[in-house]
Design a protein around this ligand. Structure first.
Ligand code: FES
Length: 158
């Protein structure tokens, strides 16, 4: 990260501290705002937030790891999450994974070169009787086939 980017981010975090305070309860809303603006929370941002809240960076990282909507790595503009939990697994989720990997030319956990898509696994999406299921950003799709999964990729993004 360049020096001016760090300075800019440090100022942003200071403004968030002014807005939310420096109590531990401010951690999640601050992280959500950083995520929303930058699409991920860099190591530097994690350290700065920890310093302001007087907590360890590892505590910040553990909160980011816990919530699927927070990321510590840069991700694509569209996040595709395929359910890896048992019901979807038994309904051949692997065929969905292979289809979207083939379509996008990347493997699970990766981001396309144009930053358009990141594909990853997620835990149960709560629609187990309608699996296999996947989410694209905020939308969830069920009863997928390899063909419909690929079709949804293009429909959502346009
Ligand atoms: S197991 Fe996939 S939605 Fe629940």
């Amino acid at each position: 990260m360049l020096v001016f980017e760090k300075t800019f981010l440090a100022e942003e975090i200071e403004q968030l501290i002014e807005k939310y305070g420096n109590a531990r309860s401010a951690l999640l809303p601050i992280l959500q705002e950083i995520q929303s603006k930058h699409r991920y929370i860099s190591d530097y941002a994690q350290q700065e937030v920890a310093r302001h809240l007087s907590i360890q960076p590892v505590e910040v990282y553990s909160v980011i790891s816990f919530y699927a909507f927070l990321n510590s790595e840069p991700k694509g503009r569209n996040i595709v999450r395929v359910c890896k939990t048992i019901s979807c697994d038994m309904k051949n989720k692997i065929s969905i994974v292979k289809a979207i990997e083939r379509e996008l030319g990347i493997k699970m956990g990766e981001t396309t070169d144009d930053n358009k898509f990141t594909i990853e696994y997620t835990n149960c999406l709560g629609l187990c009787d309608e699996g296999p299921a996947m989410g694209i950003n905020e939308q969830v799709f069920t009863k997928l086939t390899p063909e419909t999964a690929v079709k949804h990729l293009h429909e959502v993004v346009g």
